[in-house]
Design a binder for this molecule. Sequence first.
Ligand SMILES: [Zn+2]
Length: 269
Amino acid sequence: MLLKKSSNFGEKNDVCYLNGKVKFQGVALNVYSYVVDGVLIDTGAQSLRKHFETFIEQADFDQVMITHFHEDHTGCAAYIEKTKKLPIYIDEKTIDYCAQRADYPFYRQLFWGRRKPFHAQVMPETFTSRNATWDVIDTPGHAYDHKAFLNRQTGQLFTGDLYVNEKTRVILEEESVPTIIQSLERVLTYDFHEVFCNHKGFVEDGRIALERKLNNLLALQQDVLTLQQQGNPATEIRSKLFPRKYPITRFSGGEWDSIHIVTSIMKGL
Ligand SMILES: [Zn+2]
């Protein structure tokens, strides 16, 4: 099994980042980790540990904030716990899950490796770093424990997996489009100037990009509900709105599929 791994390091407006990439049979995935003002935001994937551990070794930080429990964000948290003894924070709901052996489908273990157990503390509602106060913003939908972090001093917003891309075509089975819509509406009530996404990196014109994503999802929601009112079942709505099959759907055995967009909208909040 040939897994191609690479990474690139950089800095954007005082935010250091590592972008780790994994490629397997034409499916390419990537994930970012950020360091800003002594805060490490997300820890990368265990499969890319050589890249992320070097980044972690060289980075200057004294606390770790994790946006959500998924293994591409928590993969090197155990390494930090072992080598640095610094506090790691995650939403209260997933502390116990993260302290146990990871349990997720094989294709995710292939891409992201096996996340080792780690011990986190309860994410506060606000926190301070060396020069700033931060808001922790509840943004569930992609994951039920998902948070975004806003540096009040710089207006930099770290959105985890809330954004990722503007047009949503496939989501995980456990995701909910109506909940993501609510979360986008919530972050947009805050005063921020820049957006850093864990898969897209720095997002140009971040606020406008988040607004576009919100508007796309609202339009999609409307389309699904209209087709539902016309009596179409979920599978029919999917073929009408998402005629393409994406490689990740095949790869994941349907864990990532457009059908979950449709069913989560039909189910509502
Ligand atoms: Zn995620």
